[in-house]
Design a protein around this ligand. Structure first.
Ligand code: 13P
Ligand code: SF4
Length: 326
């Protein structure tokens, strides 16, 4: 029985009884309920270790489309769980904490994008996957950081395009595809915080290190990067590179998988501009804890629910992206 207090909090706020070994109980619940756990690279290492699949937003969407599980548990943020629901509407989609939002998705409310569209007739709308289902429903095609360049390249050179919501990714795409897409003025509070000064300091202390950056970083950070790519592309680059040290400008959860794949290499997270922290964490991703994951599987709540008509509208641009990414 879901308590009113939990509904108000957005997660199952129940202490796990003493003696319960969370990891083995989570795995047992998954087996008993035919559930799979999908985790993004930005979640804490212990979440990634207990998951069935760990990936970037594109890989997780591709798994959600194909899985035969009855329940999907999305350890990531809300728009990722929505994408799973859109692709697998007949499955139960769970998220350990409904408060796991995304500052980038929030920077683009659907009503404002709808108004912007009417002010710019004749424009196609390309939206980053970090958007609500209502925003996706307004678009022609969705992109992730892995396929954004290929998707934009698939449009004729003279196509008029609105790109939303990330102005940094959009600016980067404009530069590499030689276009002039109209950019929505949105950004991610984690990636916009990386300190250029601290990267310069780290570079001079680690002369051989390669700088790896996610395209959501500001252009000043991207200008210092040896490689710019999605979380999955950054991982592959680190694995294949001859370099032994890397300065990493993206959410520091990714260091868990980097260190696993390359135990002999050194990964240094870039700190934010302010504060004492040595790395930059996404507070939303970190709302996923083992305790909440256990409770969400136990009570099969919180679920992600969307109207059937919204699912239909939002599915079209996602499926179009997945078709182009095969
Ligand atoms: P990826 O598409 O690289 O997984 O990134 C998702 C995200 O939220 C980046 O901040
Ligand atoms: Fe959103 Fe930024 Fe967190 Fe990614 S890192 S989920 S873009 S707030």
């Amino acid at each position: 029985m879901v308590k009113q207090e939990w509904i108000e909090k957005g997660y199952v706020d129940e202490k796990v009884p003493e003696g319960v070994e969370l990891r083995s109980e989570i795995r047992r619940l998954c087996k008993d309920k035919n559930a799979v756990i999908l985790a993004h690279y930005y979640t804490a290492g212990e979440i990634q270790d207990v998951a069935d699949f760990v990936g970037d937003s594109l890989a997780l969407a591709q798994i959600a489309e194909k899985t035969t599980a009855d329940i999907l548990v999305m350890c990531g943020v809300h728009f990722m769980a929505e994408t799973n629901k859109i692709l697998s509407p007949d499955k139960k989609v769970l998220i350990p904490d409904l408060n796991a939002g995304c500052s980038l998705a929030e920077s683009c409310p659907a009503e404002e994008l709808a108004k912007f569209k009417t002010e710019h007739p004749g424009y196609k709308v390309v939206a980053y996957v970090n958007t609500s289902a209502a925003v996706k429903a307004l678009t022609d095609i969705v992109v992730t950081s892995t396929n954004a360049r290929a998707v934009v390249d698939s449009f004729p050179k003279d196509e008029k395009i609105i790109f939303a919501p990330d102005k940094n990714l959009g600016g980067y795409l404009n530069a590499v595809t030689h276009r002039n897409m109209l950019l929505w003025n949105g950004g991610c509070h984690v990636h916009e915080q990386f300190s250029i000064e601290k990267i310069v300091e780290l570079k001079s202390a680690h002369k051989e290190a390669k700088v790896l950056a996610h395209p959501e970083c500001k252009s000043g950070v991207l200008a210092l990067a040896d490689f710019i790519g999605s979380t999955a592309a950054i991982l592959t680059y680190a694995e294949q590179s001859e370099a032994k040290e890397f300065i990493v400008a993206t959410e520091s959860g990714i260091l868990h998988e980097m260190q696993k794949r390359c135990p002999e290499k050194n990964f240094i997270p870039v700190p934010p501009t302010t504060g004492p922290c040595a790395c930059n964490e996404c507070g939303y991703m970190r709302l996923n804890t083992l305790e909440k994951l256990y409770n969400t599987l136990k009570y099969e709540w919180p679920t992600v629910e969307l109207d059937e008509s919204l699912i239909e509208e939002a599915k079209r641009p996602i499926v179009r992206m997945l078709e182009l990414s095969k």
